[in-house]
Write a protein that binds this ligand. Sequence first.
Ligand code: RIB
Length: 287
Amino acid sequence: MGKIIIIGSASIDLVVKTDILPNAGETVMGNTFFTNPGGKGANQAVAAARLSDQVYMIGAVGDDDNGKAIIDNLKENNVDTSYMDIIENEKSGTAHITLYDDDNRIIVVPAANNFVTAEKVLPKLEHFAKGDIIVLQHEIPEETIKAVVNYATNNDMKVILNPAPYRSLDQDIIDKVTWITPNETESELLFEGRVDEALETYPRKLIITQGAKGAVFYSETQQLIAGYEKEVVDTTGAGDTFNGALAVALNENKSLEEAVQFANLAGSFSVTGLGAQGAMPYSKDLE
Ligand code: RIB
């Protein structure tokens, strides 16, 4: 079994739960406010580390209280933080989340996450080996994604790219990654509406998550691996849980069918509690 290396954002989520969404220029009263650890990279690292050992996070925080809280939380969740950078005179990333009508709206301020550069990341990858799995998302600079994917290709490492949030992707990157896991909205944008064609073009590589419905990929025909219905409290972090769990299952050499089923199950648990990491499952929950 190899190691799992999550390269991505680590932030603090500032969450407001409301029954009313304000229009421009309007003030409304919300219900509750809370803060918790987030960032797609850190969420995926925690999701993986609750289900497996040997999970490493490469990322950056500021030299503020939030940065300390982010690192402490990763450590408490069994994530190896030896390769996390603390950026002097910089704030940690924050995500400003509104929970309304069973869904979330998120504005991310990357701050220290913008310092997860190729220059900082590539030397750290020298501590890892052929066969290890790297997991990437889109809350760190695009140049870093390109450099890491090229490094992984040249060193026989596997890559899961979770292209969230959406930004355009070079064909070269799609070709080089081992698996790519957009949700339905991201896949519509990435493949300009030709999603069925894209699934067939990238068999067993393009895995499109569809929330509670499950996830679909192509292998001879389209395979929908059904999801699990759970009562929804907060969907924030469900996609991250799917990706972290997928990395764990693929690292254990499960078949893609089994790995997606495992990731669907983990993702379904995550919506049952508040906060991105609040209800992420542990191995014992999934038995
Ligand atoms: O995917 C959910 C995450 O997206 C939140 O935790 C927030 O930090 C944003 O980055």
